[in-house]
Ligand binder design. Structure first.
Ligand SMILES: *Cc1c(COP(=O)(O)O)cnc(C)c1O
Length: 369
């Protein structure tokens, strides 16, 4: 028998989990900081959404609508969906966690991909499950490798599509092939946090696939192109049986009233979204061209961020670039925890931020020439 515990003890596995590491926020001693580490939009939120948020301040004594009806109806009308198949969450992170709690038990496996979002691993473990990591191919999800990893214990598969931090995507034909090859008992979660930015014809976030199957869920977020990361709002589109199961365990008032009010307006402000995407498309192209001109390698991205690869040479590595850029007020994201020890992820920011990073990296690369 082990020695008797003298304080409350977390259940087995909890202390093996490494906590999520958010993007850096500060550059000590630098007056002006450009935070390009968390894929936040440089354009803020829709003014109409901000106004709705401010109005909500005068009813803070009231509980929010536990069904978030206004928001679910707004999402449903913009996307042409049945609101009964939509559930909102305190960020899509909450929904990803709830899905793990509902579908995974001790000994069950959840498949994640090599460079997938780190939150899945935490939530699979928190639910008592075992994460099984599948290799990607050239920074892209490999459907055959996922299918080969499925066992009797597999209960859930997480796809980040487009990927974060890779910025790559797999076409809808590949997602369909994956769904067709999975046992019907395995839940396929399509995390489409960056779907609004994608401009290629062969990509789909997953609406059709959810509608036509019983084991697919699509998650979306208001944290990226809508500029509402501070409010924590995400949603999922899911089959009725999934909604019904998750509804039993979610917190009764999981999204707050100001968030419901602001997001309901934000999703209808299509002009604002269009401008945000246009800014991103323009500056993504300029940043990628600029980085290549400097001689750096980038992974082609369909999102609002880009993975920059550095040479494996003393003084020129990602770690050196990170320090150099931070000293100049440009905060990018180190991604060694995602399998990229020698790369940085850069969010497309304002014109000033993008031009500033390019100028700084030109200096970084040429200082050793
Ligand atoms: C940013 C992001 C999310 C969004 O999370 P929220 O909890 O909705 O803020 C989800 N998945 C991925 C891959 C992301 O990068």
């Amino acid at each position: 028998m082990s020695t008797e515990a003298t304080s409350p003890t977390p259940r087995p596995g909890i202390l093996d989990i490494s906590a999520y590491v958010p993007g850096k926020e500060h550059a000590p001693g630098v007056a002006k900081v450009h935070k390009l580490s968390s894929n936040e939009t440089p354009l803020g939120a829709s003014p109409a959404a901000i106004e709705a948020f401010q109005k909500a301040a005068f009813q803070l004594e009231r509980y929010p609508d536990g069904q978030a009806t206004l928001l679910r109806d707004s999402i449903a009308s913009v996307y042409g969906l049945n609101p009964a198949n939509i559930m909102c969450g305190n960020g899509s992170d909450e929904l990803l966690g709830l899905l793990c709690t509902v579908y995974l038990g001790a000994g069950d496996e959840g498949i994640i991909t090599e460079h997938g979002f780190s939150v899945y691993k935490i939530q699979i473990k928190a639910a008592g499950g075992t994460p099984v990591t599948v290799k990607e191919k050239d920074c892209r999800i490999d459907v055959d490798a996922i299918l080969a990893a499925v066992t009797e214990r597999t209960k859930i598969v997480f796809l980040t599509n487009p990927g974060n931090p890779t910025g790559t995507y797999i076409p809808v034909s590949e997602v369909r092939r994956l769904q067709a090859g999975l046992p019907k008992t395995v839940l396929l979660v399509l995390d489409a946090a960056y779907a609004e930015y994608v401009r290629t014809n062969d990509y789909e976030a997953g609406v059709e696939l959810v509608s036509s199957s019983r084991n697919v869920v699509m998650t979306r977020t208001f944290s990226k192109v809508y500029g509402l990361a501070a409010l924590r709002v995400g949603w999922m589109y899911a089959p009725q049986a999934v909604i019904s199961a998750v509804n039993r365990i979610r917190a009764p008032f999981n999204i707050n009233a100001p968030a419901i009010a602001a997001a309901s307006v934000a999703i209808r402000d299509l002009g604002f979204i269009e401008r945000a995407v246009a800014h991103n498309t323009e500056w993504m192209e300029k940043v990628v061209d600029g980085l290549k001109e400097i001689g750096l390698t980038v992974t082609p991205s369909v999102t609002n961020f880009v993975l920059i690869h550095f040479p494996d040479a003393e003084g020129r590595r990602a770690r050196d670039a990170d320090e150099y850029l931070t000293q100049r007020g440009y905060i990018l994201r180190a991604v060694s925890g995602y399998g990229f020890p020698n790369a940085l992820r850069m969010t497309i920011g304002t014109q000033e931020a993008c031009e500033g990073v390019l100028a700084a990296l030109r200096g970084f690369v040429s200082r050793l020439a």
